[in-house]
Design a protein around this ligand. Sequence first.
Ligand SMILES: [Zn+2]
Length: 258
Amino acid sequence: MQTLTTIAKEALLPLTGLAKTMAIYRILSKQIEKLYENYPALHTHRDVTLHLLEKAQEQEGSTSSEGLPTVVIAVGHSRKHDEGATTWDGSTSEHGFNLKIATQVCELLEQSGLVKPVLLSKYGGKTYSQAIKWLSDKVNSLSDVALVAELHFNSSSNNKATGHEFLYWHSSSKGAAIAQTFSAKMCETFPKLQDRGAKPIKKGERGSLFLRKLAPVCLLCEPFFGSNLSDWNTFKDQKAQRELATSYFEAIIESVLS
Ligand SMILES: [Zn+2]
């Protein structure tokens, strides 16, 4: 059995404050279940311990259960007739890939009980600018939005282009900090993948309308190049997709709650 110290090193290090406390509760519950697994005679004792832990967890979380920050996970290219780029093997569109990732991220966020996730995967509007207007109205109708992250993957006519980058509005210091957190988390999770870093975007540049028009902090995630042989060979794997979702999840919790 892993000790709490070992687990803490792996899972808790990036977390702070309430996020860390809640993560410790979840780890403790699992460890207690395991500890008593082979001792049915002690299950009453186990249940009392778990009950006490649950009560402590409820108390800890109760103050924030109402006013949890909202995190919007938007699937890029969610406008009708826009699927985005396609991977080099023609198998997967940006929208299809990111709908899977966004669903996993929202599940993790929901389970954490630390933020309110909202998944957007169908935009209104016929043109790109109409879709951004729709998105902006939608986000404004939600309360306490701490972050809007739109998920994409990159594509280039130069099939050697590789790596991950996170785009933010150039004058937003919060956006820069969040993009750097996402970048660092990707470096930890996928150390072999090239780090293109946090990228400031100005008016007229790619994604500027999205990053500029919405009131809360926005981030555009480009975790790899679908046009790159090696990048897509990494990310077509289910395990890597799960790791990507976890990496986003941890970066969101760290960004929003610290
Ligand atoms: Zn895209």
